[in-house]
Design a protein around this ligand. Sequence first.
Ligand code: NCD
Length: 328
Amino acid sequence: MIDVQERPAPGPAEAPAWRHKDLLDTDVLSRADIDLVMETADAMLEVRSRPVAKVATLRGATVVTLFYEQSTRTRASFEVAAKAMGADVVNLTASGSSVVKGESLVDTVRTLEAIGADLLVMRHDRSGAPYLAAKNTKAGVINGGDGTHAHPTQALLDLFTMRRHLGALDGKKVVIVGDVLHSRVARSNVWSLLAAGANVTLCGPATLLPRTLASAGGEEGRVALTADLDRALVDADVVMALRIQKERQATGLIPSLREYINGYQVNATRLARAKPGALVMHPGPMNEGIEISPEAAHGLASVIEEQVANGVAVRMAVLYLMATARTK
Ligand code: NCD
């Protein structure tokens, strides 16, 4: 049972309703959906700033986090978000569950539903796994990252952070640089940024750039792909660095780490080509000295820590909207 009587104040009471049972990627979100998440997250940020940073909006709801892959910030962020709204939270990892005894994903998800899970936050090393889960349960499924495919709440918290600094993103230039090929963060960001009106430049060594993503930008060419970071950075409003996903890479995709650093590290010299004060972002975990220099990571234009803090408010918003949709 979900008690959503106590709305966070100020609540987006007149806003269009959330109509998604699951949140598996940002590609199905309309601009209105995204605005609703952003407005709700604004309200949640206000809740977070109160002396007692809690509301009872999700009292009676059970949120299960089911992580088949390592995570620090995503899992902790969802747990803090759910608890800040009074939900009961159960955390499961693959190693601590019956998965090691051979239980299938579908069985696991059905078991969790039977014990009363309302919302299931799931991370899996296989792309598409949360889609299988969502098809087999009445619980709302939130994708906390699946393989190289999608990471919708990361993209939403990235967008939220950009909007707090830049306002509306229409016509803004966002450069995402690094291992785009293996990045679920980049992929989900492409959809949400396009829906919010931004233009996206994906940059990295040619072997790490998925050509197919260019078509996401439609005929206006709102998604550009380039291997030339110095050119990509010209007029950038936002520069987002990505981690090299060594664990997902076949060998030989980058010539050497030194060459990678020379060509693609986000650092002060390079940032001078972007707009003055361009935001520096990174989803974490960072490898400082590789994809980003320590000065850039901790410099004045860096909003990396803010991304993590905003992640809690955005996940509160997502949990709240999905729980509300379930009570209708
Ligand atoms: C990312 C992930 O796991 O997809 N981290 C995160 O959730 N903030 C990015 C990464 O692993 O590099």
